[in-house]
Design a protein around this ligand. Structure first.
Ligand SMILES: Cc1cc2nc3c(=O)[nH]c(=O)nc-3n(C[C@H](O)[C@H](O)[C@H](O)COP(=O)(O)OP(=O)(O)OC[C@H]3O[C@@H](n4cnc5c(N)ncnc54)[C@H](O)[C@@H]3O)c2cc1C
Length: 417
């Protein structure tokens, strides 16, 4: 079924009885050409682009829970291309371009809203760093505007500019950045992949990876063994556990990241705003809730929930930056499991096992990467060659130390910053 305004009208007149399920619920077949482990944003996007760009459809996505139940449905939905380092810059630029055509490509409203992102800076040194990053963004063909204090006041009048410790000097404005509706992105890719013949198998946990003579031959699951010529691991916070099934020890740590949503308010925040002197960022959802978050919980865990000290820390940073937020009541909070890589940049690569591919290390920034990662991972799996914008996302950089991409210049343990 094709979605359109006319369809909404027609279904409304017919009592909404004609809508069909957005995807099938098939049983797994004994064998596929390609298996994708993980039905999050990246896994579903990979299956979609394998089918759409490479004409490969004998594919199954194996998801241990339900589609969109992982981080893709738990994040704070910021979409941007404001990276400065070669490697990241071209990848996120490509991903943002895919976002800009996603809704028509998927025939699905993912509520992509390019409302602009403003990263605030609070010192001369930070202004220099943001100016450099803005220039890199412009060189990459993306957009960046360096705002001074007056420029920020015009766009963000509600901030506390003269706060005692960290007065706001200005901000780096990325007008094409914004937000999208997180689970709609999963649903849109799921529907697009299913329509092209991909089997989406839910409640199907992969429990083992079969390898013979150095090549992958299939997987063991809670719904039986499934054979495959190629297998892609794309399980975000569970990357180390699933890779261990193939005897691999990844340089990935799993950490909790929390998010918070307030009660619905009248529109008061037009942009996404990030604090430059504390871990706090905020936007307003279409339902009116202020959606905000901050830092990791600072200990490795597989629990998809956070703890109070970090909640308090995030609230404090929010109140420092925009005291008006203190009047809003927090309605909900939750956590997701982040796959933290040592340099804060991801991996899209082949493994040393023939036919086994790895996509992980997205840390707390993998939502905006969903289309780009799916596109590049599909290219790698289909052609056995890296896709140019993701060519630097090699796993062996952590072994050799060559080609590390420490975007935030925070040192060798990204999860500690
Ligand atoms: C609170 C929070 C805020 C965030 N904010 C942002 C943001 O603003 N912008 C941004 O770009 N990024 C953000 N992120 C990061 C982003 O959500 C993740 O990097 C990204 O979603 C990870 O990729 P994914 O969607 O494929 O992961 P997931 O949705 O977690 O998908 C992985 C899937 O693999 C499945 N799986 C695991 N093990 C197995 C197995 N053995 N067998 C079968 N299936 C398995 C899981 O059930 C899961 O569904 C945020 C994350 C959180 C938690």
């Amino acid at each position: 079924m094709r979605y359109s305004g006319l369809q909404v009208l027609a279904q409304g007149l017919l009592g909404n009885r004609g809508w069909t399920p957005a995807w099938r619920d098939p049983d797994p077949k004994p064998a596929y050409d390609i298996l994708i482990i993980g039905g999050g944003g990246h896994g579903l996007a990979t299956a979609f682009y394998l089918a759409k760009e490479h004409g490969l459809t004998n594919i199954a996505v194996l998801e241990k829970g339900y589609l969109g139940g992982g981080n893709v449905g738990r994040n704070t939905t910021i979409v941007r291309a404001n990276y400065g380092l070669p490697g990241n810059s071209e990848f996120y630029s490509h991903s943002l371009k895919l976002w800009e055509q996603l809704e028509s490509e998927l025939n699905y409203n993912v509520m992509h809203s390019q409302r602009g992102i403003i990263n605030l800076f609070h010192s001369d040194g930070q202004r220099d760093a943001y100016a450099r990053r803005g220039n890199a963004m412009i060189n990459q063909g993306d957009d960046a505007i360096l705002l001074d204090n007056a420029g920020c006041r015009k766009l963000l009048p509600y901030l506390d500019y003269d706060q005692t410790r960290f007065p706001i000097y200005g901000g780096l404005y990325h007008p094409r950045g914004g937000t999208a509706r997180h689970d709609a992105v999963a649903w849109g890719f799921a529907r697009g992949a299913d329509t092209r013949g991909v089997d989406l198998i839910q409640n199907c946990e992969v429990t083992g990876i079969d390898i013979e003579n150095g090549a992958v031959t299939g997987v063991q699951t809670t719904r039986g063994a499934i054979k495959a010529k190629k297998v892609g691991i794309v399980v975000a916070g569970r990357s180390s556990q699933v890779a261990a099934m193939a005897g691999m020890r990844l340089p990935i740590e799993s950490h909790v990241l929390q998010a918070f949503v307030t009660e619905g308010l009248k529109p008061c925040l037009d942009h996404v705003v990030t604090y430059g002197m504390g871990h706090f960022y905020v936007s307003q959802s279409d339902k009116g809730g202020l959606v905000f978050g901050g830092d990791l919980d600072f200990y490795a865990s597989y629990a998809a929930r956070g703890n109070l000290p970090m909640a308090e820390h995030v609230m404090e940073a929010g109140l420092t930056l925009m005291p008006m937020i203190g009047k809003a009541k927090v309605l909900r909070s939750w956590g997701g499991i982040m796959d933290m890589s040592p340099d804060g940049s991801p991996v899209i690569d082949k493994t040393h096992i023939d036919g086994l591919y790895l996509n992980c290390g997205w840390c707390y920034g993998g939502f905006k990467a969903v289309p780009g990662s799916g596109f590049s991972f599909a290219h790698l799996i289909a052609t056995d060659r890296p896709h140019a914008p993701a060519a630097r996302y090699r796993l062996d950089r952590f072994l050799t130390g060559r080609g590390l991409m420490d975007e935030e210049a925070t040192g060798s343990q990204h999860n500690l910053h």
